[in-house]
Ligand binder design. Structure first.
Ligand code: ADP
Ligand code: MG
Length: 149
């Protein structure tokens, strides 16, 4: 079942990321959707920090994929906004099976390249500091996880 959460400020978004991070497992995939400025990168930064990654995690808009190996698990942070017709050039399955966590900003633009199971977060801007997020688990593993968050 989808969950709806109101995020009243940045800290609520950070707490959500920390909460989901605490349920992480190898080959976890998280898809972040929502307009520019809705908090996808902020969520990823907080998730990375909770994993023990101390790099400054920035949006990989121009590089598409950034890989971090100094946390509890590898983290693959993708922003596929500018990928358009070139998704074929990326071996997504390689990342999905590398025993890390894959976070994909704008994943809804590459639906046919997503794995069978993943956690989808759909962010919407309500006001300058308020967001709403709809949490949609795809697959049994993620449904169970959603019971914990
Ligand atoms: N509740 C909130 N959750 C997330 N970001 C927020 C919130 N309130 C304000 N912001 C601001 O909105 C911006 C979100 O930017 P970013 O995470 O880069 O979005 P996206 O990656 O979705 O384009 C940041 O400047 C952040 O400080
Ligand atoms: Mg972003």
């Amino acid at each position: 079942m989808d969950k709806k959460l109101v995020l009243n400020n940045e800290n609520d978004t950070i707490l959500l990321a920390e909460n989901i991070e605490s349920e992480k497992f190898p080959n976890m995939v998280i898809v972040l959707n929502g307009e520019l400025g809705s908090g996808k990168t902020l969520f990823t930064k907080a998730f990375a920090k909770a994993m023990g990654i101390d790099d400054n995690v920035t949006s990989p808009t121009f590089t598409i994929i950034k890989e971090y190996y100094n946390g509890e698990l590898p983290l693959f942070h993708m922003d596929v906004y500018r990928l358009e017709g070139e998704a074929d050039s990326i071996d997504f399955d390689y990342y999905y099976n590398k025993n890390g966590v894959t976070i994909i900003e704008w994943g809804d633009t590459i639906k046919e390249y997503l794995p069978e199971e993943y956690l989808e977060l759909n962010f919407k801007i309500l006001t300058e500091n308020k967001r709403v997020v709809y949490i949609k688990p795809i697959g049994e593993k993620y449904e169970n996880l959603c019971g914990e968050i």
